[in-house]
Design a protein around this ligand. Structure first.
Ligand SMILES: Nc1ncnc2c1ncn2[C@@H]1O[C@H](COP(=O)(O)OP(=O)(O)OP(=O)(O)O)[C@@H](O)[C@H]1O
Ligand SMILES: [Mg+2]
Length: 262
């Protein structure tokens, strides 16, 4: 099974009636067991594309679908948002249960699934804790466990670690690599952190700004587990530099615009 983004365009019309073309002719396929990172400057349309893929927003034209679907299956997606989107009134266990409840998994079957994912993301002992009692990194782990618990065909993540401090972020990136090796879910991962994209992804898709178009796709042809090895530092730095050279003009423009507005 693979996800196909077929010629997707998205326009927004503001309250003055001006139409803004945010995404233009986006074509992308996420293959089985592939981790794709979507990178681009602020405001280029990354979240818009992820929301369209998730079915949370309609595209203006074009379509998103799964191809090569096995018979009698309707593909599912797990989503991890930047702000985790946890329910504050539900504890860790109950938050992870949410997707399973929505999928009508019988409560007695939920128990072992939930405990399995709590263990996988390293939250054993925190089942009864509420979100406000957890650190940002732990909250993100709950968000990830909740997305994984439904055993989705596609995992969508929108800057899941951007609210974390640098150290927590590094730890979570490493944990995501080992978690991903265990699950090997097809993943679309949005970030504006180039280093993160190069460490995690099989392919890095660069999105340009105004309109958001795919300007380049890089294949990171180095095994994921070798990317942090000192002997590969130069290769990684080259990828990072190549991407930065490619998007820095757009990133500067985005920054100026933010400054102008603010
Ligand atoms: N509902 C909306 N109505 C009007 N314009 C919108 C809407 N959602 C997003 N936009 C505009 O579309 C553009 C892309 O927004 P989007 O949130 O997809 O960018 P992004 O790449 O995710 O940015 P960031 O890195 O800051 O999260 C922005 O200019 C934004 O202002
Ligand atoms: Mg965004």
């Amino acid at each position: 099974m693979e996800l196909v983004v077929d010629n997707v365009c998205k326009n927004f019309t503001n309250n003055k009636g001006t139409t803004l073309s945010v995404l233009e002719n986006i074509n992308l396929t996420i293959k089985k067991e592939e981790f794709v990172a979507l990178v681009g400057p602020s405001g280029c349309g990354k979240s818009t594309l992820l929301n369209i893929v998730a079915g949370l927003m309609d595209s203006t034209s074009g379509q998103v679908y799964f191809s090569n679907v096995e018979k009698n299956r309707s593909p599912t997606m797990g989503i991890v948002f930047q702000d985790t989107g946890l329910f504050p009134w539900r504890n860790v266990y109950e938050n992870i249960a949410f997707g399973l409840e929505a999928a009508h998994v019988p409560p007695n079957e939920q128990i072992s699934i939930i405990h399995n994912y709590i263990e996988l993301v390293g939250l054993t002992g925190f089942e009864k804790s509420f979100p406000h009692q957890l650190s940002g990194g732990m909250r993100q782990r709950v968000g990830i466990a909740r997305a994984l618990a439904i055993n989705p065909d596609l995992l969508l993540m929108d800057e899941p670690f951007s609210a974390l401090d640098a150290q927590a972020r590094t730890i979570m990136q490493e944990e995501l690599v080992s978690l991903w090796e265990k699950t090997r879910l097809s993943t679309l991962y949005v970030t504006h952190n180039i280093q993160e994209a190069v460490l995690l992804a099989d392919r890095v898709v660069l999105l340009s700004r105004r309109p958001g178009k795919i300007s380049r796709i890089l294949t990171i042809n180095l095994p994921r587990c070798d990317r942090e090895k000192p002997e590969n530092a130069t290769i990684i730095a080259k990828f990072v530099d190549e991407i930065w050279q490619h998007i820095s003009k757009d990133a500067r423009a985005a920054l100026l615009e933010v400054t102008d507005n603010g």
